[in-house]
Ligand binder design. Structure first.
Ligand SMILES: NC(=O)c1ccc[n+]([C@@H]2O[C@H](COP(=O)([O-])OP(=O)(O)OC[C@H]3O[C@@H](n4cnc5c(N)ncnc54)[C@H](OP(=O)(O)O)[C@@H]3O)[C@@H](O)[C@H]2O)c1
Length: 166
């Protein structure tokens, strides 16, 4: 099953200056626990945004990039090749982990979105599509409100009523 996992602000903002908007240790823990041992797929900028520009440990990393070359993860130079790698694994859990370009391209194929919603304006320049305004997506779970680092947030889950077949 293809899913996306994302942390958004109240405007569905996800990043600025090729970095995250917030530092939420419990969200990082949730991300790590959810994706460990799974396949994660991302765009070239998201790979560059990781510490040292390195892929995530203990996960199969698939990256779409026209410019990057490395042998410690799978790099695909075209959307067709990227989709083929994902198609080959679609019976396992595959997590789309960003960023804005790749979330937008992959959203139709995602059956589920795990969205951590932060009740703040992070001044984003990169955005996730607004799922509350999307005809195919409905919120099916909303966790209790939590507080951390002076931020209020909750874990939510959205389902796609009309996922596109890969
Ligand atoms: N809040 C969250 O949960 C979250 C999660 C992930 C990322 N983010 C944030 O999102 C922002 C980055 O988003 P973004 O939209 O700039 O970047 P992105 O989606 O991570 O990557 C875009 C890059 O992907 C490659 N690409 C895209 N389409 C392609 C195609 N058709 N063929 C070949 N390569 C293609 C290119 O890589 P090359 O330039 O390498 O060729 C392109 O520059 C950052 O601020 C990051 O921190 C937030």
């Amino acid at each position: 099953m293809i899913k996306a996992i994302v942390c958004v602000d109240k405007n569905w903002g996800i990043g600025k200056d090729n970095d995250l908007l917030f530092s939420l240790p419990s969200d990082m823990k949730f991300f790590r626990e959810t994706t460990l041992g799974k396949t994660v797929v991302m765009g070239g900028n998201t790979l560059r945004s990781f510490p040292g520009g390195n892929p995530l440990k203990n996960r199969q990393n698939i990256v779409i990039s026209r410019t990057q070359v490395r042998d410690d993860c799978i790099i695909t130079p075209t959307m067709d090749a990227f989709l083929a790698e994902i198609r080959a694994r679609k019976d396992e859990d595959v997590y789309v982990i960003g960023g804005a370009q790749i979330y937008r391209e992959m959203l139709p194929y995602c059956e589920e979105i795990l969205a951590t919603k932060v009740d703040a304006d992070g001044g984003a320049t990169a955005f996730f599509p607004d799922l509350d305004a999307h005809p195919d997506f409905a919120c099916v779970f909303e966790g209790e409100r939590r507080e951390e680092n002076g931020l209020s947030f909750r874990f939510t889950r959205y389902q796609n009523a009309n996922p596109k077949t890969l």
